[in-house]
Design a protein. Structure first.
Length: 348
């Protein structure tokens, strides 16, 4: 049975990847940050009591800012594949917490790479490593962007991802390690964090439709993103590590849409006129914006045999269906006299 170690297992992608690997028969180990509240909600569907027998998902407390814990976890788990998904992944927040973002996203990757390199050297094990790179690294580069496009990062987050990317390339070349950089364009789902624009929109429009909220405050509506479905994208991560040789791949749908278009589609699902409820709040604007992301995933199509299954319209619809159902449940509970710790106004 193959063993995989996932940093960032509690995130959107970590939860989809853990499900995929369990379905493929892997033993899956995830690194979880200690928090004062539960942060494993996305794993509820696959988590089982560790006291039961035959458990194939194990969680380990750890943090990519703590090098010695990463070494201990590697020693204990002895994985065949490592997926480095841990990140402070919010671009707007990275302007407010630039140093912290660099510590987690850039130096955190370096810490895990150093622990991985020593593990392979000391134990002589063949271990493969996936790095969660981002289309944000292309930033201001002209679209369409592919593996040959020069990076032009436009945020502390993107600069940190570029550093992590090049650490990976350097470790691959210097120490002959099996390391792949996935350069993934935006991917969303019903598990997307609530402060990213797609989920912020689908949650708010659903709640507004049911009278639970009156306004939606957003930033720049003119930017374009190549939005795919997270469940499709984790398959590409796995495929990269199954090849004969390590390489870097762009993963994208090849279609781009503006935030405005996302609003149009989402509002149409619940028959709302968004122009009457959306207001622009400058706090959500970024000091430097990425205007257009549009990926060319030809290499992933031809070498990995990967293609997205879910298109833009289907993505918006599945997110709206999910969030409308959540809003409906919230309304029912409120009418029954319960108050819920929901809302999230002023964030994102
Ligand atoms: P996400 O939902 O924000 O998840 C990030 C994960 O990293 C969470 O599990 C988080 O833990 C964990 N984490 C944060 N700081 C950490 C630390 N110091 N030590 C250990 N773990 C830490 O992000 P995602 O959308 O799943 O994305 C996964 C990865 O792909 C990230 O590296 C992201 O930058 C990258 N990426 C995402 C996209 C996209 O469109 N989704 C596109 C390209 C690249 P908590 O749950 O405790 O916060
Ligand atoms: O949803 P977003 O915050 O995603 P962004 O910045 O594209 O980053 C996401 O995708 C990257 C891959 O390209 C990942 F690496 C990264 O970790 C993250 O997952 O913003 C999308 C667009 C931006 O142009 C932003 O300015 O939406 C615009 N926007 C407009 N109003 C807003 C808002 N974004 C957020 N988060 N909140 C708003 O109110």
């Amino acid at each position: 049975m193959k063993k995989a170690l996932i940093s960032g297992v509690t995130g959107q992608d970590g939860s989809f990847l853990a499900e995929l690997l369990l379905a493929k028969g892997y033993e899956v180990h995830g690194i979880v940050r200690r928090a004062s509240t539960f942060n494993t909600g996305r794993l509820d569907g696959i988590y089982a009591d560790p006291h039961e027998s035959g458990i194939r998902l194990s969680l380990h407390y750890g943090d990519v800012t703590d090098a010695s814990c990463l070494r201990h976890i590697l020693e204990k788990v002895q994985p065949d594949e490592i997926y480095n998904l841990a990140a402070q992944s919010h671009v707007r927040v990275s302007f407010d917490q630039a140093e912290y973002t660099a510590d987690v996203v850039a130096t955190g990757t370096l810490r895990l790479l150093e622990a991985y390199r020593d593990h392979v050297r000391v134990l002589g094990r063949a271990v493969r490593f996936y790095q969660a790179g981002s289309s944000e690294m292309f930033g201001a580069a002209n679209p369409p962007q592919n593996e040959s496009t020069a990076f032009y990062p436009r945020s502390p987050y993107a600069v940190s991802k570029v550093a992590a990317h090049w650490y990976c390339v350097n470790f691959r070349e210097a120490y002959n390690l099996f390391i792949c950089n996935g350069i993934l364009f935006n991917h969303e789902s019903e598990r997307r964090g609530e402060t990213f624009v797609t989920r912020k929109i689908t949650r708010a429009l659903s709640r507004i439709k049911l009278g639970l909220q009156s306004k939606l405050y957003l930033g720049n509506l003119a930017s374009y993103r190549d939005w795919g479905y997270a469940g499709d994208y984790v398959e590409a991560m796995w495929l990269m590590l199954q090849q004969d040789a390590p390489n870097d791949y762009v993963v994208a749908t090849g279609e781009t849409h503006s935030v405005r278009e996302f609003l149009d589609q989402a509002a149409a699902c619940v028959d709302l006129d968004w122009a009457k409820i959306v207001e622009i709040d400058p706090r959500y604007l970024r000091p430097t914006e990425v205007d257009v992301l549009l990926g060319d995933a030809t290499k992933a199509h031809s070498r990995l045999g990967w293609a997205p299954r879910i298109g833009f319209q289907q993505l918006v619809t599945l997110m709206m269906n999910n969030d409308f159902e959540l809003a409906r449940q919230e309304k029912t509970l409120r009418e029954a006299g319960f108050t819920l710790p929901l809302g999230g106004g002023g964030r994102g």
